[in-house]
Design a protein around this ligand. Structure first.
Ligand code: F6R
Length: 606
C-alpha cells in the first residue's frame, strides 16, 4: 500500500524521508520518490526499492522541508514517471497521494483542454495541477489545497509542498490515514506511525475531512471549510526497536515467536481472580446495557474475520448470546439491518482497513453500538468505535497477521468471560476460564518449541500444489486461518472446509496429490473428526493431524500434538502450529515471506 512521509524542521529532510520510507516498506510498494524544497524543488523518483531511491539521491540534496512516498500502482504501471511526488508544470508544487481520485479522468480531461500537459498516467497528478492553479492567486498553500480538494471525489491522504513557501507542508486526509508527529522545533507527518517513532512518540491523528499546516514550530488543523480544530496529542508506546527483525530472519518468525509475550500483554491486568471476571476498562458499557444486548455481530476482514469466528463461538459458548461473524467487506455492501439490541464488534490490527472502517461508519450512521478490538492505538477504527479493547500486541510488520490474530482471539475470550459473568456463566466456569487463560503464554511457548518438527513437516508437504484444511465447529475457523496463512505466504493453493461438509462435495478432490491438514481437538466431536480422517484415508488422501493426542497411524500420516486448554480456548493454541507450518513452507519454497506478492499490510483502499 502507498506510504507518505513529510518533514519540516532544521535538519536535512532527505535522510529523514528515506528512513521513514524504509519503515513503510513492510506495507508493500513498487516505486518510491521524494521532493525537497531548496531554492526550487529537487525531486528523485525510481521504480524499485527505497534503497534504489537512496542511491539516486545525491549528497547535495539539502533542504529542511520535504515529502516522500512509496507507491503501490493503481492508475498506471509501476515506473519512474508514475512514482510520486507529482509536480505541476511550473515545478512549484509537489504532491504525494495515497488513495484513489475517482473523478480523475474527468479532471484530467478538463485540465488537458486548458492546455495542461500530464507527465504521468496517475490519478494523483491532477492534484498538483489543481493546487497550482489556485496557489498563484491566493498565495496560500493551505487555501489552494482546500480549493483543489473540493473538486475531488475519492479518497486521499496527501502531503504538499510549495517551492515558493519553503516554511510549510500541508497535509490532508479523507479515507486514507495521516498522522502528525510532533518533534522539538520540527514536525513530521506520515501515513503510518511506523515512519515517525524513530523521531517522536507524540502524535496527532487527522480525521477525515481535516487538513493541517505544519511548520517547524508547530501545526494547525482545520476542517475543509477553514474552521480551526483542536487536537490532543497521543503518546504512542511503540518504539523503533519494535520495527527491527530482532535477529530473526524474517519479521514473520519474530512475530510468531513473540506470542507468549504478546498474549501475556493482552491479558495483563484484565483477569480478576476474586470474582472470576474480566476487567475491560474501555468497553463503556454498564452491566445493565451489557445484559440488554440480545445478539453480537462481529465484523472484520481476512484473518481478522477468522479470529472473529473464534470470537463468535466463545461468546455463544460462554455467554450464551447468539453471535456470528461476517466479512466487513461484505457487510458494508449489503445494506445490513442494524438492530438496536445487537452489539457490533469490529476487529482490526491496523485500525485502518477501509472496508472495516466503512462498515463501522455505516453502523454508526444507523445508530448501532460498535466496540472495536484493535491493535493500533488511536487508529481510525479505534476512534470511530464507541469503546473497545486494545490488543497491546505491539506493531505487526509482516504482511501476514499472526500475533494480532492470537491476541484478538484472547481478547474475545476476555470479552466472552465478561459477558458470560454478567449473564449466566457460573463463578466455577469463570474460574475455569481464568485459570486456562493464565496458562496460555506458557503453552504457546511449548508449541514454539515444536518448530524444528513443524519445519520438517512443512518441507515434506510444501511441494504439493494444493492442500485441504478441515475442522469441525471450534476447529473450522482454525482451519480457515491455517489455509489463509499457507496460501498468502507460500502461494500453495489451500482450501478450508468444515469437516462435516467434506462428503457433500470436496471429498471428490481428495487423493494422493491433495493432502489434508485436519484440526482434531480433544473435545466432544473427537470421534466424528476421526471418522472424517478415515474417510480421507480411504480415498488415498494423506493426513497431517493437528490435535491433542498422537494419531492412530491408520488415520493420519503425521501429527502435531499441542497442549490442551479448556475446550473453548483450544482454537487459540491450535492456530500456532499452522502459522509455523505456513512460515516454513514459504521459506522452503523461497517466497518473499514478509511481503507476499500482490498483498499489502493495511488495505486502506476499497
Ligand atoms: C492475513 C492478513 C489480512 C488482514 C486483513 C485485515 O494474514 O493479515 O487478511 O487480517 O487485511 O487487516 P486489519 O486487521 O489490519 O484490519
Amino acid at each position: 500500500m502507498c506510504g507518505i512521509v513529510a518533514y519540516v524542521g532544521p535538519k536535512d529532510a532527505a535522510p529523514i524521508l528515506l528512513e521513514g520510507l524504509q519503515r513503510l516498506e513492510y506495507r508493500g510498494y513498487d516505486s518510491a520518490g521524494l521532493a525537497v524544497v531548496n531554492r526550487g524543488l529537487k525531486t528523485r523518483k525510481v521504480k524499485g526499492r527505497v534503497a534504489d531511491l537512496a542511491s539516486a539521491v545525491p549528497a547535495r540534496f539539502k533542504g529542511g522541508i520535504g515529502i516522500g512516498h512509496t507507491r503501490w500502482a493503481t492508475h498506471g504501471v509501476p515506473s519512474d514517471l508514475n512514482a510520486h511526488p507529482h509536480l505541476d508544470a511550473a515545478e512549484r508544487i509537489a504532491v504525494v497521494h495515497n488513495g484513489i481520485i475517482e473523478n480523475a479522468d474527468e479532471l484530467r480531461a478538463k485540465l488537458t483542454a486548458d492546455g495542461v500537459d500530464f507527465a504521468s498516467e496517475t490519478d494523483s497528478e491532477v492534484l498538483a495541477h489543481l493546487i497550482s492553479r489556485t496557489v498563484k492567486d491566493t498565495d496560500s498553500l493551505e487555501e489552494a489545497v482546500r480549493t483543489a480538494l473540493k473538486l475531488v471525489v475519492g479518497t486521499y491522504g496527501i502531503a504538499v509542498v510549495d517551492a515558493e513557501r519553503s516554511g510549510e507542508v500541508v497535509v490532508a486526509r479523507n479515507g486514507s490515514p495521516i498522522v502528525l508527529g510532533i518533534g522539538e522545533k520540527e514536525m513530521f507527518a506520515a501515513s503510518d506511525v511506523a515512519a515517525l517513532v524513530r523521531y517522536t512518540r507524540q502524535v496527532v491523528h487527522l480525521e477525515d475531512g481535516e487538513l493541517a499546516v505544519l511548520r517547524a514550530d508547530g501545526f494547525h488543523t482545520f476542517t475543509m471549510d477553514a474552521r480551526e480544530t483542536a487536537k490532543v496529542p497521543l503518546t504512542v508506546d511503540w518504539d523503533a526497536g519494535h520495527y527491527d527483525t530482532g535477529g530473526y530472519e524474517h519479521y514473520l518468525l519474530k512475530e510468531i515467536s513473540e506470542q507468549p509475550d504478546t498474549v501475556a500483554r493482552t491479558l495483563r491486568g484484565r483477569i480478576d481472580d476474586r470474582f472470576h471476571i474480566a476487567h475491560l476498562g474501555g468497553l463503556n458499557l454498564t452491566p445493565h446495557e451489557t445484559r440488554a444486548f440480545r445478539r453480537v455481530k462481529i465484523i472484520g476482514c481476512g484473518s481478522a474475520y477468522y479470529s472473529g469466528q473464534i470470537g463468535a463461538q466463545l461468546i455463544e459458548e460462554l455467554a450464551r448470546i447468539p453471535a456470528d461473524a461476517e466479512p466487513a467487506s461484505e457487510f458494508r455492501y449489503r445494506n445490513p439491518v442494524v438492530e438496536h439490541d445487537t452489539l457490533y464488534v469490529a476487529i482490526s490490527q491496523s485500525g485502518e482497513t477501509y472496508d472495516t472502517l466503512a462498515a463501522v461508519q455505516e453502523l454508526k450512521r444507523k445508530g448501532g453500538r460498535v466496540l472495536g478490538i484493535v491493535n493500533t492505538v488511536g487508529s481510525a477504527i479505534a476512534r470511530e468505535c464507541d469503546g473497545g479493547v486494545y490488543l497491546h500486541a505491539g506493531p505487526e510488520v509482516s504482511v501476514a497477521s499472526t500475533k494480532a490474530f492470537t491476541s484478538t482471539a484472547v481478547s474475545f475470550a476476555l470479552l466472552a468471560l465478561h459477558f458470560g459473568r454478567v449473564h449466566d456463566l457460573s463463578p466455577a466456569d469463570g474460574r475455569r476460564i481464568c485459570e486456562a487463560l493464565r496458562l496460555l503464554p506458557g503453552q504457546i511457548a511449548q508449541i514454539l518449541e515444536l518448530e524444528p518438527r513443524i519445519a520438517e513437516l512443512a518441507r515434506k508437504y510444501a511441494d504439493h500444489p494444493s492442500m485441504m484444511f478441515v475442522g469441525r465447529v471450534r476447529g473450522y475457523p482454525v482451519a480457515r486461518e491455517g489455509a489463509q496463512k499457507l496460501k498468502e505466504i507460500s502461494y500453495v493453493h489451500a482450501e478450508a472446509y468444515p469437516a462435516s461438509e467434506l462428503k457433500h462435495g470436496p471429498l471428490a478432490l481428495i487423493g494422493p496429490d491433495m493432502p489434508t491438514v485436519a484440526i482434531v481437538p480433544d473435545d466432544e466431536l473427537l470421534d466424528k473428526n476421526l471418522t472424517t480422517l478415515g474417510e480421507i484415508r480411504a480415498r488415498g488422501g494423506r493426513v497431517l493431524m493437528v490435535g491433542h493426542r498422537e494419531a492412530d497411524p491408520r488415520l493420519a500420516d503425521d501429527c502435531i500434538v499441542v497442549p490442551k486448554s479448556e475446550v473453548e480456548l483450544d482454537p487459540i493454541l491450535l492456530t500456532l502450529p499452522l502459522q509455523l507450518f505456513a512460515y516454513h513452507a514459504a521459506v522452503a519454497l523461497g517466497r518473499d515471506v514478509d511481503k507476499p506478492r500482490n498483498l499489502a499490510k493495511s488495505v486502506t483502499v476499497e
